[in-house]
Design a protein around this ligand. Sequence first.
Ligand code: SAH
Ligand code: SF4
Length: 351
Amino acid sequence: MTTNDSRKSALSGSDPQEISDRLGIKPFQGRQIFRWIHKKRVFDFTQMTDLALDLRTRLAAEFRVCDAEPTVTQRSSRSRGTRKVLLRLADGETVESVLIREKDRATLCLSTQVGCAVKCSFCATGLHGYKRNLNPSEIVDQALYLMSEEDFGDRTPNIVFMGMGEPFRNYDATLKAVRLLMEAEGIGIGARKITVSTAGEVDGIKRFTRENWQVRLSVSLHAANDELRSELVPLNRKYPLKDLMAAVHAYGAETGRQLTFEWALLNGVNDREQDARELVRLIRGTKASVNLIPYNPVSGLGYQSPSRERCIAFRDALIDRSVACTLRKERGQDIDAACGQLRRRTEIVSG
Ligand code: SAH
Ligand code: SF4
């Protein structure tokens, strides 16, 4: 029995109310179906044993559970527990997502688009350009599959929208997916455990500022002057640092929430002491913390990761100037854990 007949529409992207409305069934039945999909992560309607048999039969005939189907799963040999899945979508496109485990914490890294039109010069996702937006079900399916067959104990995982794609270029579907992941009848992830990362879509940041919730925001900066940033993140030509930082300040002032800046450390490009000083000057007054990511090299793009010593020196230069920051461990490089890399490898292999 397949749950992935592409002519049928999926239910994983609908909330309990929408499920009952779509099927013309009672609200409690919509909640039951939602629980089977999101809480129990059962991908086969016939196994939803507390539903009436005729409802199960109708569901199997008319719908499918998810829009996406797992194809390749990689587990990292070096970073125990890191797991990456490549999902095939109904139209044959593929999308990737990662589960990262560290001590007692698990983080799911989800994609929002197939490819990405922003085309940052160091990023594997941008290399093949943009294909299309994901719909809410294709976004939550990634979490459902990553969480299936995994034990999280009492703690729900963190979620970061740091896979393929620019979330704020697919704003509505991303926010719908966030709401589904937070839904109490389902996975029930707390808003503060979810982070949406943007390359600097200022219009999206402004919309996000008006959302009445505690979901976190992360801004991928990578450079603190317009010349370098336009080279690394071409979106900077549309929204230069002056506009981006104005939106960041407004976000802080209007929501009172902290945000994080992402900074991929590129050897000899943005990892010098003067880069650290420039960064400190730029973000002064924002109450933000900085997330340093040692670059995960992408073949053919010409960027290298700095040595561990250089990464630590950069971090210390920020800490010395009272900027809160974390330096990520390089993790899962053997399973291509940075965005877009597993999909690319598969495309190269499959010709
Ligand atoms: N499009 C969004 C979210 C996805 S990328 C954004 O750009 O913010 C998530 C983060 O990973 C971004 O900060 C991005 O710049 C960074 N990144 C992309 N490729 C990387 C690589 N090869 N090594 C390290 N970080 C990378
Ligand atoms: Fe797109 Fe983010 Fe990659 Fe830039 S870093 S190309 S915005 S996915």
